[in-house]
Design a protein around this ligand. Structure first.
Ligand SMILES: C[S@@+](CC[C@H](N)C(=O)[O-])C[C@H]1O[C@@H](n2cnc3c(N)ncnc32)[C@H](O)[C@@H]1O
Length: 240
């Protein structure tokens, strides 16, 4: 994978999805209450606070939360961003049983010991009618990445693993957890469909980076492209 290629485009797509989500959960005359689980240094929390939300950020890392506070102050939204240090697997204790309009779980379900327990805790923090935004890595993309890197034996091992590792975290597992919890997956987008595969050195032609960003955005919700993306974003609603 090529970490720098298309990073702005990937963030841009997720930011657009989150801004739209924020509008659908914001009730007239109220400030939207958001929870960012494993929110780290505020990649999403700070822009969402700038967009007008109150954001509680849970993270286990004191360093990440220090960076978050610094970024929030720089953006003039320190009063809207509330860092809480702790383990997302004890979420109910950390937030005192509160529920939120929009709950983010980006890149956190890969880091917990029990995905099912963590997912249940995160889902329980979504108010009826509210949304959960889940960003999860896609095991299918690893097969392609290994093969393109000239590692067919490792690609084959990853491919076999797709059939055997029932508990492996990925979009299919999240979809199953949502269905079991009575949550509705409203949208599903592949993030970085092509930009994760293209080396930056192949994008020197004028306009190539912009074109790749548009290609990624247009492919994000279309089969079969969305299924091979390195990460998948799911927008999930708790029925009212
Ligand atoms: C891959 S980063 C994702 C950061 C951010 N959500 C994003 O998408 O840019 C994972 C974050 O989860 C935090 N983390 C890992 N395990 C955690 C846990 N059990 N409870 C709370 N935070 C955790 C890490 O400190 C890190 O900031």
């Amino acid at each position: 994978m090529h970490a720098d290629t298309g990073r702005a485009g990937r963030l841009g797509l997720i930011s657009r999805l989150l801004t739209d989500a924020l509008h659908t959960v914001t009730e007239p005359g109220r400030t939207a209450q958001l929870l960012d689980c494993g929110g780290g240094s505020g990649t999403y929390a700070v822009p969402l606070a700038v967009a007008g939300a109150n954001v509680t950020v849970i993270d286990i890392s004191a360093d990440a939360l220090a960076t978050l506070s610094h970024r929030a102050a720089e953006a003039g939204v320190a009063h809207q961003v509330h860092p809480v240090q702790g383990d997302v697997e004890a979420l109910a204790d950390l937030v005192g049983g509160r529920s939120f309009d929009l709950v983010l779980a980006h890149g956190i379900l890969e880091a917990v010991d029990s995905v099912a327990a963590a997912f249940a805790g995160i889902a329980a923090a979504v108010r009826p009618g509210g949304l959960m935004s889940v960003l999860v890595s896609n095991p299918a993309a690893l097969v392609i990445a290994r093969a393109l890197a000239g590692e067919p034996a490792l690609a084959l091992a990853e491919l076999t693993e797709l059939d055997t590792a029932e508990s492996r975290i990925g979009p299919a597992a999240i979809q199953q957890l949502c269905t079991a919890a009575g949550l509705l997956v409203e949208a599903r987008h592949g993030i970085g469909v092509f930009s994760d595969l293209v080396p930056g050195s192949a994008l020197d032609a004028p306009g190539a980076r912009d074109a790749l960003e548009r290609l990624d955005a247009d492919a994000a919700a279309r089969a079969p492209f969305a299924e091979i993306a390195g990460r998948v974003h799911l927008l999930v609603r708790r029925p009212a």
